[in-house]
Design a protein around this ligand. Structure first.
Ligand code: AMP
Length: 166
């Protein structure tokens, strides 16, 4: 398992696609998985849509459940031989811990660090449905609140790329 972390607009989706292609890994984006849930029109999808459209995080057990099912599908289909790259997950320390319990520890974690001004400028240019000004600010706020403890968790665990185990 490889994890790719980064703020909204950091380019994690683009780079994750490139990395997964380069190394033959299966690629799962929690943002994409959640948007698929929305598109499926289920009641759960409706709840998720309300959160994404406001820039809020989807509750940890829902995200981990959706992700765990997708990981199982990949393993069952025999597509996990070169590893699985998870993009946009975990967004909270609780997700990181829940994932270790349910699936296991990652081997490598990559964090695309970028200042908020850069993220703001890039999101403004992208124009996805949840890229409006107020929603962008909420996503940046939650990223600033939640991401440092996630990065620190993996730094301590010695799996953050570009850092040494402490
Ligand atoms: P992204 O495609 O990574 O920009 O994610 C789009 C939206 O999906 C986010 O703003 C969140 O509302 C939701 N989302 C994606 N990944 C997660 C996650 N790991 N935990 C909670 N919410 C998530």
């Amino acid at each position: 398992i490889t994890l790719v972390l980064g703020g909204p607009g950091s380019g994690k989706g683009t780079q994750s696609t490139r990395l997964a292609t380069e190394f033959g890994m299966a690629h799962l984006s929690t943002g994409e998985l959640l948007r698929q849930q929305v598109a499926s029109g289920t009641e759960l999808g409706g709840q998720i849509e309300g959160l994404i459209s406001r820039g809020r995080l989807v509750p940890d057990p829902i995200v981990v459940g959706v992700l765990q099912a997708a990981v199982k599908d990949i393993v069952r289909a025999g597509n996990a031989g070169k590893g699985i790259l998870l993009d946009g997950f975990p967004r909270t320390l609780a997700q990181a811990k829940l994932f270790e319990e349910c699936v296991g520890a990652p081997r490598t974690v990559v964090f695309f660090d970028a200042p908020p001004e850069m993220l703001r400028a890039r999101l403004g240019a992208r124009g996805r449905g949840d890229d409006t000004e107020a929603v962008i600010e909420e996503r940046l706020r939650l990223h600033a609140v939640e991401t440092p403890s996630v990065v620190e968790f993996y730094r301590q665990g010695g799996v953050l790329a570009g850092t040494r185990a402490t």
